[in-house]
Design a protein around this ligand. Structure first.
Ligand code: AMP
Length: 217
């Protein structure tokens, strides 16, 4: 089963992807994580995208489509979770072609619907572990030991470079301008399922599980 998690920054896509990995052994394909890895390892691609990411703008369709194309060609995951991809209509078309090429199809697009004010509060309080990627919310779900990861005791939690007020404004604008048209696109294709992303993590996971169980019958 292959699914897309669709929603603005801070809507909980990464957190819900982690829950799906743990519960169903699915494989997360996050273009944001791939681009951050490229930056951290100092590749030519990483250098090309750094300033764009810091500004909160979208990198080109060509770059992210080829990242996803490489992953699909190299792995035969039991089920993929596309997280942060697609973000434009051109990316949605590319995904549909790529899946077809590999004999797969999109089973569901789960939209995490959330109040924009809640997004800002979540992102301002978001920190993550540079080692294992665990995400914490300093207000709603803080780590046990202040400043350190619960799973990697020596790892100090860090804030993402683009989790600041200025970049966030651009990221939200990019989402509403370029990504939100995908809601109509996937509604039309019959793949769209909407979930109330304002609820707590467990309730959202339960709603998603119900949707996936229903469509896999
Ligand atoms: P994310 O971790 O998904 O919030 O992505 C972080 C940043 O990476 C975004 O603000 C964009 O600059 C870039 N990015 C990630 N995924 C995409 C995508 N599908 N299309 C264009 N840019 C992307």
């Amino acid at each position: 089963m292959d699914i897309v998690l669709l929603g603005p920054p801070g809507s909980g896509k990464g957190t819900q992807a982690n829950a799906l990995i743990a519960a169903r052994g699915m494989v997360q394909l996050s273009t944001g994580d791939m681009l951050r890895d490229a930056r951290n390892s100092g590749t030519a691609l990483g250098k090309r995208v750094a300033a764009i990411m810091d500004a909160g703008e979208l990198v080109t369709d060509e770059i992210v489509n080829s990242l996803i194309g490489e992953k699909l060609a190299s792995g035969d995951g039991f089920g993929f979770i596309f997280d942060g991809f697609p973000r434009t209509l051109a990316q949605a078309d590319a995904l549909s072609h790529l899946l077809e090429e590999h004999g797969r199809k999109l089973d569901a697009v789960i939209e995490l619907v959330i109040d924009p004010e809640e997004l800002v509060a979540r992102i301002e309080n978001r920190v993550s572990c540079p080692n294992c990627g665990a995400v914490y919310n300093l207000r709603a779900a803080p780590p046990v030991r202040d400043g350190y990861c619960d799973y990697c005791p020596d790892a100090r939690l860090v804030k993402r470079g683009d989790d600041n007020a200025e970049s966030l404004k651009t990221r939200l604008l990019e989402y509403y301008r370029k990504t939100s048209p995908l809601i109509g696109y996937y509604y039309k294709s019959g793949a769209l399922a909407r979930v109330d992303g304002d609820k707590n993590v467990e309730s959202v996971s339960a709603e998603i599980a119900e949707i996936l169980d229903r469509i896999s019958k």
